[in-house]
Design a protein around this ligand. Structure first.
Ligand code: ADP
Ligand code: ZN
Length: 726
């Protein structure tokens, strides 16, 4: 009698509904979480051994139909059980295939290849016979006796790598193999800050909930109150237990300052995880995390999917930030998934913000999260005084955007040797370009959007699909020459206006499209910190989390910009953004001020900012959400249908809507044109599914979509649970 073949479920990193069964090679043993190579059709994939749900029998498949695992990747650390739990949970919740979640977990390709040997260089021999200034700088930098990666030594010394090669040839430097990962020599008590009484109280309370086991704390403190110092105590506590700690940050631009602060506090730099990290470094970080060698990790939202075997703390800094919501591929909200990951891994979670999300505040009110507040700035620093500039009464010059009041304040601030930040959340030079003769406007051929002029890069560009064209000399419609005019401001145009008024000032323009590399961005931020810059003009890149000690005045060029957007979250988002950006001012010894240019100073968001009355504003927002049954009092999902033709998209969206089952606690709204009705040549229709908190939204959607007509041809349907905009 033939014995039943030994098979295991294997999850491939593809959009498949479930794991597939594969034969285990004779005599081999595999465990869940182990990486293997399996064939699918003619292709081999790296995949992960998964688990069979409890009580489920292996499927009865004839041996000859089964395919065998080709290779067991013993050298690759396996996924810890909690990663498998997390992948299944996220897949279930977001209604995406588990394979796509696994794919996010495997996003460091080089982790699956044998690590390339690395060499470091160290000072060991006599000085070279021929000494040059460049060589002298290298010797100075390498004096500490450490083994350096060649490129970082070259960077530290400001020389080209060939100078290093020359010194190796001369026998002054030796090259030696480096370990894969330097275990961090932590020094947890060394640079501990002396907390003030309010911070001490907050830290004591926080440490009660981060001592081990799952609990969520909302660290809610005004900008500059020392939230980072307070949660550093929880990190130290976690590292002392020997566990791993993860800090999520919304913006790569923030990591530089954060890494430096960690280094000062803990004596070692955290491992970094974000899109700016090189592929080989990603592989090394991934392995070091999986092998429990990387103890402290700072990263973007995707760091949540790293294979931590012993995670003892997750901090979500600036937890309200929109950047935590991923919308493409697997649509997830990293702040919420951090809480899930914490729950599954019995690990405490800290959410930190000066302007917490309504979701987190309601969770705190209802007792699910500990609410820990810090009401004052550290030391003598007080919160900036915020005033509006009523643009109806203080109009700027024609085709200018800075009011006389703001310009005067800027001049006075610069006079005192203090810094100014002007904030406008709009990249480029002008949002619309039109022909003065015939009224023609440049529109993106692929999207329902105007082309934005980027004067520094001499082009018109679509912010949705990236399409661009050179700025023409004549109108493409009527042929008139020199008739094109830029309408409205972008940061580039504000920079131009600032140069007109303050030609002597040292100015810097910060916008994600103008900052080519992270190291250059970090360098600019350091210059600002060290007061080598007088005026900073920037988009939201500079709004968040930075600590600029010399910054006294923040001018918001157009506070009404975000409020014009129609969705119910616009008020919350604008309040958060403007509090954050004005909160950059006066964080140290200097008194800070915020000047907000607006045409509607009586708007509740603006009024709350000026009065410094967050709670009244939020109470009203929360009440409105409750009345409307909107999150967090109800649940939402968005179903997006896209197609190459408007008719096809709309017709299919209607068919899907008609197939929606009746349910007491669930309402289907739409379809309606999505807020941006065309992107990349694809027409977009949206259905909103609104449910009470008790409703099982996922099951409802699964049943519905299984019975809805299938999308044919180029039509696509995607589901976004907890959409950011609604
Ligand atoms: P937040 O995260 O709340 O915006 P930070 O933790 O960045 O505040 O603190 C603001 C500034 O004050 C930082 O430069 C920080 O180093 C400093 N600071 C805060 N608390 C202390 C403290 N107890 N001792 C020394 N410096 C502190
Ligand atoms: Zn476009």
């Amino acid at each position: 009698m033939e014995t039943a073949p030994v098979t295991v479920p294997v999850l491939l990193p593809l959009a498949l509904p479930a794991p597939y069964d594969y034969l285990v090679p004779d005599g081999a043993r595999v465990e869940p979480g182990q990486f293997v190579v399996v064939p699918l059709g003619p292709v081999h994939y790296i995949a992960a051994v998964w688990r069979r749900p409890e009580g489920e029998e292996p499927p009865k498949i004839a041996r000859k139909k089964l395919r065998e695992i080709v290779e067991i990747l013993d050298d690759v650390p396996k996924l810890p059980t909690v990663s498998l739990d997390f992948a299944d949970w996220v897949s279930n919740y977001t209604l995406t295939s588990p394979g796509m979640v696994l794919r996010m977990m495997m996003s460091a390709r080089s982790a699956f290849e044998p690590p390339a040997p690395r060499y470091g260089v160290r000072l060991s021999g006599p000085p070279p016979e021929r000494m040059t200034p460049a060589r002298a700088r290298v010797l100075e930098a390498a004096k500490n006796g450490l083994s350096w990666v060649k490129s970082s030594l070259a960077e530290a010394a400001g020389v080209s790598p060939s100078v290093i090669d020359g010194l190796v040839d001369a026998g002054t430097l030796v090259a030696e193999p480096l370990p894969d990962w330097h275990a961090m020599p932590l020094d947890l008590a060394r640079k501990r800050a002396t907390l003030n009484p309010e911070q001490t109280e907050a830290a004591t309370e926080l440490l009660k909930h981060t001592g081990g086991g799952f609990a969520v704390s909302l660290l809610d403190g005004v900008t500059g109150s020392g939230k980072t110092e307070v949660y550093f105590e929880a990190i130290a506590q976690c590292l002392e237990r020997g566990q791993q700690a993860l800090v999520l940050l919304p913006e790569i631009a923030l990591t530089g300052q954060f890494l430096a602060r960690c280094e000062e506090r803990f004596g070692a730099r955290p491992a970094e995880w974000h899109s700016g990290v090189s592929p080989s470094m990603r592989g090394r970080v991934w392995r070091a995390v999986a092998e429990n060698k990387a103890k402290l990790v700072a990263g973007a939202r995707s760091a949540l999917f790293l294979p931590f075997p012993d995670l003892g703390l997750i901090v979500v800094d600036e937890e309200h930030d929109q950047a935590y919501k991923q919308e493409d591929r697997v649509a997830y909200q990293a702040r919420d998934m951090a809480v899930v990951r914490g729950h599954l891994g019995h690990c405490p979670v800290v959410l930190s913000s000066a302007t917490p999300s309504i979701e987190s505040l309601v969770n705190a009110d209802q007792g699910r999260y500990r609410h820990i507040r810090l009401g004052t700035r550290y030391k003598a620093a007080s919160l900036p005084a915020i005033q509006t500039v009523d643009m109806r009464k203080n109009p700027p010059e024609r085709r200018h955007w800075l009011s006389p009041v703001l310009i005067e304040e800027m001049a006075a601030t610069l006079e005192r040797g203090e810094q100014v930040l002007l904030f406008l959340n709009r990249r480029g030079y002008a949002p619309v370009t039109l022909c003065r003769k015939c009224g023609f406007r440049f529109e993106c051929p692929n999207c329902s959007a105007w082309l934005v002029e980027h004067r520094f890069r001499h082009r018109l560009e679509c912010h949705h699909c990236g399409k661009f064209m050179p700025i023409p000399h004549e109108c493409p419609s009527c042929g008139a020459e020199e008739s094109l005019v830029a309408c409205g401001p972008g940061v580039e145009r504000i920079a131009e206006e600032v140069a007109e008024h303050f030609p002597e000032a040292r100015r810097v323009l910060l916008s994600s499209d103008l900052t080519p590399s992270i190291s250059e961005l970090r360098e600019t931020l350091r210059e600002i910190e060290e007061r080598e810059v007088d005026i900073i003009i920037g988009t939201q890149l500079v709004a968040k989390g930075h600590h600029f000690p010399g910054l006294a005045l923040v001018g918001v060029v157009d506070a009404d910009l975000g409020l014009a957007q129609g969705d119910p979250r616009a008020a919350e988002r604008t309040f958060q953004l403007l509090s954050q950006v004005t909160g950059r001012a006066g964080r140290d010894a200097i008194k800070g001020r915020g000047l907000i240019q607006t045409y509607m100073p009586e708007h509740p968001v603006i009024a709350a900012l000026v009065a410094g009355d967050r709670d009244t504003f939020l109470d009203r927002e929360i009440a409105a959400r409750r009345d409307a049954g909107l999150p967090p009092f109800g649940r939402l999902a968005a179903i997006l249908v896209t197609a190459g033709s408007r008719e096809a998209a709309e017709a299919y969206a209607r068919e899907v809507a008609r197939a929606a089952p009746e349910a007491e606690k669930i309402q289907v709204l739409g379809p309606a044109e999505a807020p941006l009705s065309v992107i990349r040549g694809r027409y977009r229709f949206r259905l909103l599914v609104k449910a009470t908190r008790e409703a099982d939204l996922q099951t409802y959607l699964r049943v519905w979509l299984a019975q809805a007509p299938k999308a044919k041809g180029d039509i696509r349907l995607t589901v976004d649970i907890d959409p950011y905009s609604f």
